[in-house]
Design a protein around this ligand. Structure first.
Ligand code: ZN
Length: 311
């Protein structure tokens, strides 16, 4: 685990590279993306999961996200897997750890590979709406997330906690509170999912969210998923204008999905995505990655933007 101050020191004025999609890459490999991946007897699926993480590292990721997005107790209960919560979260972070170790082993001189690398324990939505829109109590949401965070941090493998794809700022705040309940020092990164007007489905505006989440204790805040890297530019501008100093993260989808020959395909090639994300640089982001539909090739192009900037 790395505490917030040390993480911010490492980050400095640099740009770290996140990873890309896990779910859509696994789908492309014909593997189940649901948490039952971890309790199946098919060891090969877990090996492939580690290989996806490894591919992101080889293509420039500094932060890889363990496949724990849907592994909170409320989501797991819906899938009939609540009793497996420990097993599922632990196996997911171990898969990420195996990838990091094998990446570091691939360097003859380990110093060559020692750019900062972090494993993020990933928290996604519960899938239920908080009151008054649904029947989930804020306190129950906090309790649920804290069960998952406790398991993730006890592994001693997760370095940071990344909360993402939140549509309701109150659910995001419940997750942030849960992390702080378990450990006050840990680095929290949080991203919401906005539409092309920079508003979430629940009506939360990007320019408001940036300050609310920062005040709640997040080290880095931003946006992920949604409508694609070109349309996310407006959200980038609004968040930066709302707060000139905050550390920002953006991990857009590779455009919108469509069905082609029975397969889901995303509209943005690695080249298009990198061209769009290049425009974000003016607004001084701290972490850039990608979400649904992206691949290690997209991450390579995004990482290339930063290298070009340094030259
Ligand atoms: Zn996504």
């Amino acid at each position: 685990m790395i505490n917030k101050n040390d993480f911010l020191k490492t980050l400095g004025n640099n740009i770290l590279i996140g990873d890309g999609a896990m779910g859509t890459v696994l789908q492309g490999l014909g593997i189940s993306t649901s948490p039952d991946l971890f309790i199946s007897k098919d060891a090969n699926s877990l090996k492939l999961l580690s290989e996806v993480h490894l591919n992101y590292l080889k293509n420039g990721s500094n932060i890889i996200q363990a496949n724990t997005f849907g592994a909170n107790p409320i989501k797991l209960e819906t899938a009939g897997l609540k009793s497996e919560i420990k097993n599922i979260n632990e196996k997911a972070v171990i898969c990420a750890q195996i990838a990091v170790e094998s990446y570091k082993d691939s360097f003859r001189n380990p110093k060559d590979g020692l750019r900062p690398i972090f494993i993020a324990g990933n928290l996604g939505p519960t899938g239920k709406l908080l009151k008054p829109f649904g029947d989930l109590d804020y306190k129950d949401a906090v309790d649920a997330f804290s069960q998952q965070v406790d398991i993730l941090l006890k592994t001693k493998i997760a370095d940071i906690i990344l909360i993402e794809t939140m549509l309701d700022i109150n659910e995001a705040l419940a997750a942030v509170e849960a992390v702080k309940q378990i450990n006050k020092e840990v680095t929290i990164i949080c991203t919401l999912t906005f539409n092309e007007n920079s508003v979430t489905i629940m009506g939360n505006k990007a320019e408001d969210a940036v300050n609310i989440l920062t005040e709640a204790g997040c080290a880095v805040v931003g946006a992920n998923c949604s409508v694609g890297s070109d349309k996310m530019l407006e959200t980038v501008k609004k968040m930066r204008n709302a707060n000139p100093d905050v550390k920002l993260i953006f991990q857009p989808n590779a455009g919108l999905p469509s069905i082609k020959d029975g397969k889901t395909v995303y509209s943005e090639t690695p080249e298009i995505m990198a061209q769009n994300i290049k425009k974000y640089l003016e607004y001084k982001p701290s972490i850039l990655g990608a979400c649904c539909g992206s691949t290690p090739k997209h991450i390579k192009k995004i990482a290339g933007l930063i290298q070009n900037q340094l030259q």
